[in-house]
Design a protein around this ligand. Structure first.
Ligand SMILES: C[S@@+](CC[C@H](N)C(=O)[O-])C[C@H]1O[C@@H](n2cnc3c(N)ncnc32)[C@H](O)[C@@H]1O
Length: 268
């Protein structure tokens, strides 16, 4: 029966494609993506003199990312490698549906680091006067229209962590608006080696940075997504934080890689 179906499809110019890990494994599209990724990895290694250890799931997870371009994801991966011997845990502030979380979890699975994931699961919080709409990414017309957008279910994140076989005892999900979580939760990370901050707006980013300042040591890295993109509040929060705290070096890669800033802690 299957042979007949295949023959009919073939005659019509179609083929049946088997899906693996949610991504069509045998399409030319994915093969092409794999090819670009391995060439990019090689170039990145030559130019930055930085060597990634091989990771078979990485390409599939890069292909699944939403909103984070693979070129930016490689800066996350590089930062995870650079901080693997720095004391502290790994954090993601703003996890949405958990695709970037799955990428991070897959990279740190063999380490002993704990992964802390922070999200309201109620979408973007209230923009403040510092948040002017710079790039209308969803064409909503105003900053206020973004309140509550990007809201996803917590279960999606849990299933993504499960799919990459990240052990339950190695992660902690902090649910709620960041201001409340930091003020009231007991099991916050004591030390942080790497954090990816992706809250999109001034106030929660400022809160996350001020919290991280108290939990990071020399060598820690904080990456902030959407720097100088979407809301003016993101750059403002980062720049004000750096003015008040001189012990960081900021690196802003070309926007061809994405819109983000990387803070390196020079001293504790
Ligand atoms: C851009 S999405 C994160 C995307 C995710 N990092 C990724 O790469 O796929 C922003 C997330 O931040 C969360 N968020 C925004 N403001 C928040 C706040 N004040 N407290 C907690 N979570 C917040 C939203 O619920 C949303 O899931």
């Amino acid at each position: 029966m299957m042979k007949i179906i295949k023959a009919i499809l073939k005659a019509l110019g179609y083929e049946i494609v088997k899906f693996a890990s949610g991504v069509p494994a045998s399409t030319h599209t994915f093969a092409n993506f794999t090819n670009v990724i391995s060439a990019y990895e090689k170039l990145f290694q030559e130019n930055q003199q930085f060597f990634f250890s091989a990771n078979p799931s990485r390409t599939v997870l890069l292909a699944r990312l939403r909103g984070t371009p693979p070129s930016e994801a490689y800066f996350i991966i590089k930062s995870l490698f650079q901080t693997k011997d720095v004391e502290g845990d790994i954090c993601e502030f703003g996890v949405a549906q958990g695709e970037t979380s799955a990428l991070i979890a897959n990279e740190i699975r063999e380490s002993e680091k704990i992964f802390h994931l922070f999200d309201s699961f109620a979408g973007l919080s209230d923009p403040t006067t510092e948040d002017e709409l710079k790039d209308d990414i969803f064409s909503l017309g105003s900053m206020n229209a973004y309140k509550g957008k990007m809201s996803y279910q917590k279960n999606w994140v849990l299933s993504r962590l499960d799919a990459v076989e990240f052990p339950q005892k190695r992660y902690s999900l902090h649910e709620g608006f960041i201001e409340d979580v930091i003020a009231h939760e007991q099991n916050l990370p004591e030390k942080v080696a790497f954090a990816y901050v992706d809250f999109d707006l001034y106030a929660p980013i400022k809160t996350a940075l001020e919290f991280l300042h108290t939990r990071t040591v020399k060598g820690a890295i904080i990456m902030i997504d959407d720097y100088d993109f979407f809301s003016t509040g993101v750059k403002k929060a980062v720049d004000e934080f750096l003015q008040a705290n001189v012990n960081y070096q900021i690196d802003v890669p070309s926007s061809d890689f994405g819109h983000f800033a990387i803070l390196h802690k020079k001293q504790s």
